[in-house]
Design a binder for this molecule. Structure first.
Ligand code: HEC
Ligand code: HEC
Length: 218
């Protein structure tokens, strides 16, 4: 019995020790996000008027990899990409891996938000076009971390169109060092015409529009 009590005391102190850094990390993420908030919004909902995407609930693994790409000039470096060029210096505001991890976790755990519909494409045609995307982004746009494919269902429709355009005209994934981007660029090139970008985006929006926004997590 004595042994059990001793073990309990040891375990509970280990637990409180591990909870403390977690809370500190959450606090750090929140503080760092103050800089991002100006453009991406308090709940990561974005601002289409200034071409800022919603990043609400995007997974930490993708945010981390993207921030690194901006920092290394693999993304947001093309002279004809004003939106990317605006984001790139902001990525440098994060100085250490610890800071990147903290802000990425904060973004992943924002209260879920449902993007409004702004693109009016033919979702039926988009469904057929989406057959090409399915293998990596999943049948419901949920993404696949093993393939480094992000959950595109969380993105605003106008941003999906804008990124597909950028892949096609070389403003995104212009660097051969952008391995995932190169893969995605090849896929964007398979879309037959400009209208197809809106059609596929309209279909991707249907993944979240039918489901009610999840209840607040915190
Ligand atoms: C001055 C406005 C501004 C601020 C401040 C800002 N961003 Fe951005 N961010 C943008 C714009 C514009 C884009 C879109 C770039 C593009 O089209 O490639 C973007 C894109 C991103 C993306 C890529 C999303 C995706 O799915 O492709 C991430 C991640 C991101 N920002 C995170 C952050 C974080 C974290 C911070 C705070 C450290 C931050 N941003 C601060 C303007 C801003
Ligand atoms: C071979 C796997 C693969 C296929 C198939 C694929 N993608 Fe992607 N896609 C990726 C990867 C990997 C990324 C992440 C690129 C990065 O990290 O910069 C991506 C990124 C994207 C982005 C940018 C997301 C963001 O947050 O900025 C969009 C939009 C997108 N894909 C849409 C599509 C559409 C639409 C199709 C079908 C026409 C498609 N993808 C097919 C692998 C794929």
């Amino acid at each position: 019995m004595k042994y059990c009590i001793a073990l309990f005391l040891v375990l509970s102190s280990v637990c409180s020790l591990s909870a403390a850094p977690k809370m500190q990390k959450a606090k750090l993420g929140k503080t760092l996000y103050e800089t991002c908030k100006v453009c991406h919004g308090a709940n990561g909902e974005g601002n289409p008027a200034i071409l800022v995407p919603g990043i609400n609930s995007m997974p930490a693994w993708y945010i981390k990899s993207t921030i690194k790409k901006y920092q290394n000039g693999i993304r947001g470096a093309h002279p004809d990409d004003p939106a990317g060029l605006r984001m790139r210096p902001l990525s440098r505001h994060l100085k250490t891996d610890e800071q990147i991890n903290a802000v990425a976790n904060y973004i992943e755990h924002l209260t879920p938000y449902k993007n409004p519909i702004t693109v009016h494409g033919d979702a039926e045609r988009g469904k057929t076009l989406y057959m090409t995307c399915l293998a990596c982004h999943g049948p419901e746009g949920q993404g696949n971390p093993v393939l480094k494919a992000p959950p595109i269902k969380l993105l605003p429709d106008w941003y999906i169109v804008s990124q597909l355009k950028k892949y096609r005209n070389g403003q995104r994934a212009s660097s051969l060092k952008d391995v995932e981007g190169q893969q995605m660029k090849a896929m964007a090139m398979t879309l037959p015409d400009e209208q197809a970008l809106s059609d596929v985006a309209a279909y991707i929006s249907t993944f979240t529009q039918s489901a009610p926004a999840k209840a607040a997590q915190h």
